[in-house]
Design a binder for this molecule. Structure first.
Ligand SMILES: Cc1ncc(COP(=O)(O)O)c(C=O)c1O
Length: 351
């Protein structure tokens, strides 16, 4: 705290990311990173990009990356926005599209950055309770609102909302922007991107941090009607003209080009997820159905926070949230088969 701060900064409660430990050799299953490295072709491109051109500012529009994403999803470049991680894209979404009189709606259990953006941009919101089974009931969103946002699959619950339900939501909320945050969609869900042609109020965001294993390069994007995209560009150009380096742009392009590697690593993660769920069920855990690269679990006989602390002592970090409704749950990122085995061994010791 300092007398030089504005009153606004005094009251800010920033987002707290999952721990990035300074100690080596921990099994890190707490921030939903990909256990495999990026495509070797991406690494090759990055090496080529280390040259004297780093003295130049990058293309402010990241047009080549936008073109690649547009081609990949068979849409127009005017329907694509790119930014420095989907967190930055989402921040611009809150600022550009959710500043309205009625409250923004999102689930009570969801990505904990949403309320932080609301505070930052002074947006009034209402947290809509998930059902007892941690599902989104779209009829709960048939109320006056200034926008709707949720991840699909939801985080940290890992549950998917089917596309027909998303259409129902869009039809009942034609006057608001509906944002589907698809950070984890590639691990088994079906993307809502084709629906943007039909619904001008739909915006879909995605990231290259998870299924394309590039969390460190910070590449995210949004897809929607050109009018929504223009609003994002206006905010971006009033904030930072050059959010993406040549390194990020060219690595991102190659990550989309190397479809084979993308499919191979995703398949491995999905197989590991099935194996891990089986192990956890055998150990007495209840596991919510997951189509993400993480599972959300609870154990009827063991306190989740204690389990998390005991696992850390065994060299495994997982994520525990203080939120009342989920204080008995742990979110565990899917690791390699080997890491999952090590997790299971550690759990056997502490349970
Ligand atoms: C639901 C959700 N959305 C968005 C993000 C942000 O991803 P990034 O900023 O790395 O693109 C995350 C990161 O964990 C997430 O869980």
């Amino acid at each position: 705290m300092s007398r030089f701060w504005s009153p606004f900064v005094h009251d800010l409660e920033p987002y707290v990311p999952g721990e990035q430990p300074k100690i080596a050799n921990l099994i890190k299953l707490n921030t939903n990173e990909n256990p495999y490295g990026p495509s070797p072709k991406v690494l090759e491109v990055l090496k080529q990009e280390i040259n004297d051109d780093l003295r130049l500012y990058p293309d402010p529009d990241s047009s080549k990356l936008k073109q690649t994403i547009a081609d990949y999803y068979d849409i127009d470049t005017q329907q694509v926005f790119v930014g420095n991680g989907s967190d930055e894209v989402l921040a611009h979404v809150f600022n550009a599209l959710f500043q309205h009189d009625a409250p923004l709606l999102f689930p009570d259990i969801t990505y904990s950055f949403y309320p932080v953006y609301c505070q930052l941009y002074q947006i009034n919101y209402h947290a809509v309770p998930l059902t007892d089974q941690f599902e989104i009931d779209v009829t709960d969103y048939q109320q006056k609102n200034g926008g709707i946002i949720f991840p699909n699959p939801n985080a940290p619950t890992s549950r998917l909302l089917a596309l027909d339900k998303i259409e129902q939501l869009l039809q009942h909320n034609a006057e608001s922007v509906v944002v589907i945050d698809e950070a984890y969609i590639d691990f088994g869900g079906e993307t809502a991107i084709p629906l943007v042609e039909k619904y001008p109020n739909l915006l879909v965001t995605q990231t290259l941090s998870k299924s394309r294993s590039l969390a460190n390069l910070r590449i995210g994007f949004a897809i929607g009607h050109p009018d929504l995209i223009e609003a994002l560009v206006r905010v971006k150009d009033s904030f930072n003209s050059y959010p993406m380096s040549n390194l990020a742009v060219n690595a991102g392009i190659e990550a989309f080009n190397d479809q084979e590697y993308f499919e191979l690593t995703n398949r491995k993660i999905i197989t590991s997820r099935k194996q891990l769920i089986q192990e956890l069920v055998t150990l007495g855990f209840e596991v919510l159905p997951s189509v993400a690269n993480f599972v959300f679990v609870t154990h009827p006989q063991h306190d989740a926070e204690e389990l998390s602390a005991e696992l850390r002592q065994q060299g495994v970090i997982v994520r525990h949230f203080q939120h009342n409704r989920i204080s008995q749950f742990l979110r565990i990122t899917i690791g390699t088969s080997e890491q999952n085995q090590q997790l299971a061994q550690a759990l056997k010791k502490v349970i």
